[in-house]
Design a protein around this ligand. Sequence first.
Ligand SMILES: Nc1ncnc2c1ncn2[C@@H]1O[C@H](COP(=O)(O)OP(=O)(O)OP(=O)(O)O)[C@@H](O)[C@H]1O
Length: 247
Amino acid sequence: MSFIQVENLSFRYDQTRTIIEDLSLSLEKGRNLGIVGESGSGKTTLLRLLLGLAQPSAGSISIDGQVLDTKNWQFMRDFRRRVQAVFQDPYSSLDPRQAIFDIVAEPLRALKIDVDVAKAVAEAATAVGLPADAAQRYPHEFSGGQRQRIAIARAIVARPDLVLADEVVSALDLSTRILIVDLLKALSTSVTFVVVSHDIALVALLCPDIAIMEKGRIVESGPTEHVLSNPVHPYTRRLLASTPRLP
Ligand SMILES: Nc1ncnc2c1ncn2[C@@H]1O[C@H](COP(=O)(O)OP(=O)(O)OP(=O)(O)O)[C@@H](O)[C@H]1O
């Protein structure tokens, strides 16, 4: 039994166009998965489905063999603790009126997790390398890279099994990107990431497995090293050809 099992998943916003089409994948704990594809291929929609924020038109998503059921309140409470997310824009994803402590503590409070909140927030802040005095400050006092660290601290504070990371470095400059990639790599020892990106190089650094998406389907998947050194699908070849430099 896989940790996450996606079976024959389809999704459409309206009747005219299918955004995710008969998509299946599996994910094991401890093996980051990179999902790569051009703009509009359905990556963010797939993450929304994996988070339970959208309902599949067909197919299912299971976690440890239990089907994701957004109507089951008890199941969803546990699911939300286990599966967290970080999004692209470190500016809009943090509430400017909240101090960093409250931002990072939010999942613990929302999910009523019975822990020492101050201790958990301090541990998460340390794990992502935030300065010791960060907790009482506000988002506008931080750079883009530091804000992304805050968003990552919020995602890991409830000690999830899985963090879905949607284009988390694309809004950052190159040197900050490298620092955040290093951070995600370091955190990968205790949490599994699904990394959605246009950037094959980023995925190659972080993810032992890769899935290539085109038009709502996975057209190629497997161990990253293998897929990138022997791309079979023409779309994967095109993506690789349009990537200027690989590590
Ligand atoms: N709320 C919505 N209503 C209707 N169509 C939508 C909606 N959100 C996204 N789409 C469409 O679904 C398709 C897939 O979008 P999605 O954001 O999942 O792609 P993506 O691969 O993440 O793209 P990007 O890399 O640009 O973020 C796109 O054609 C988009 O226009």
